[in-house]
Design a protein around this ligand. Structure first.
Ligand SMILES: *[C@@H]1O[C@H](CO)[C@@H](O)[C@H](O)[C@H]1NC(C)=O
Ligand SMILES: *[C@@H]1O[C@H](CO)[C@@H](O)[C@H](O)[C@H]1NC(C)=O
Length: 336
């Protein structure tokens, strides 16, 4: 049962089983900031709040022509020291019965990464030969405007919520926010498509240069198999499990920072920033990771400790109050 998400994810990629990489590692919180250099480059502040991990070259503008992540960054919050990529998602808020909001923190994945200071777990999965991303590559998955399961199912796959009864809970995933309390927090899983057009490192919607496979094969328009990038974020909803502060109508109280209280607007952002051929080497060497420890079985990658990764942080560019009980979501995002 424990392995199910991994097996499912890998099975979604390609039929060959002669080689497989299940690279899994921790990336501590780099910053929580209202920036989105991919969807809203140059905009400070951007419309909604994000939690960001990875290299410290993350900033308001990350033009690939002038902002090379491996040479601009001086540290990374991920444990592989050659990974200066940035990975980000929206943040969660709890909306109390009285209508005020409290930001929900991320916490270290309890399978191996308890001492990580928040952030998320990142996976690169493959089954068979894959081509690593090229410098400047970036993509998003999901649509923050979606509010129904039908919308989500029609366009995206493999993004869901797990209501953690314990840190070991796997299974029972939903496409919407869990509707009752989750004793050990909420895990959000975001998996990106695995087929690339082989030409464009980005596209106007940041999505159409990648595609999902049809069955096991990549479509002819997007023939190049890339690693499956997969985020797992542990949200610490445990302080909000008192039903006496939940809405009186019994509805669930969590809301994405972009005003979505359904969960269907789930989305993630990725900017590739591995140094040199490090990711290709890791994939070619079928690197894998111990599920229960901060251990990457991959002699070709140099890995730092969680303590070292925790030390890579940056100051938010946007100066706004994110803590305490807020009368509105950052940026005044309406709930709709
Ligand atoms: C982000 O860019 C601003 C403006 O160029 C710069 O002052 C700041 O140091 C940068 N932040 C980081 C973390 O590099
Ligand atoms: C709103 O509710 C929260 C949770 O019960 C509480 O901590 C906070 O003080 C309340 N704020 C106001 C303005 O009543």
């Amino acid at each position: 049962m424990l392995w199910r998400p991994l097996v499912l994810a890998a099975a979604a990629i390609a039929p060959s089983v002669d080689a497989a990489a299940t690279l899994r590692f921790s990336c501590s919180q780099l910053v929580v900031d209202r920036l989105d250099p991919l969807v809203n480059p140059g905009m400070n502040p951007s419309p909604h709040l994000h939690q960001v991990v990875g290299g410290n070259a993350f900033n308001t503008t990350m033009d690939p022509a002038v902002h090379d992540l491996p040479t601009t960054a001086t540290c990374t919050s991920c444990t592989p020291v050659e990974d200066f990529s940035n990975y980000w998602t929206a943040t969660l808020f709890f909306r109390a019965r009285n209508g005020t909001f409290k930001r929900v923190n991320t916490f270290g994945n309890e399978l191996g990464f308890t001492s990580a200071k928040g952030g998320q777990t990142v996976y690169y999965l493959s089954s068979g030969k894959v081509t690593a991303f090229k410098p400047g590559f970036r993509m998003t998955v999901g649509d923050p405007t979606f509010r129904t399961a039908a919308q989500l199912n029609a366009k995206y796959k493999y993004m869901d919520f797990t209501c953690l009864a314990s840190s070991m809970t796997r299974g029972g995933q939903t496409l919407n926010f869990p509707t009752s309390t989750c004793a050990a927090g909420i895990m959000v899983s975001i998996r990106f498509p695995t087929c690339w057009d082989g030409k464009n490192t980005d596209s106007p919607d940041h999505q159409s240069h990648v595609a999902y496979p049809n069955g096991n094969a990549c479509p002819s328009t997007h023939p190049v198999v890339v690693p499956q990038v997969f985020y797992e974020t542990y949200w610490d909803t445990r302080p909000f499990n008192d039903k006496n502060i939940w809405p009186t109508d019994g509805s669930q109280p969590f809301v994405w920072s972009f005003g979505d209280n359904t969960g269907y607007g789930i989305h993630g952002d990725y900017v590739f920033g591995w140094k040199g051929d490090a990711l290709q080497r890791a994939m070619d060497n079928n690197c894998n990771s111990d599920l229960f420890a901060n251990q990457i079985n991959c002699p070709t990658l140099q890995v730092q400790s969680l303590d070292q990764a925790n030390q890579c942080t940056i100051k938010p560019e946007v100066n706004e109050n994110l803590d305490g009980w807020l009368t509105e979501l950052p940026g005044g995002m309406p709930i709709m």
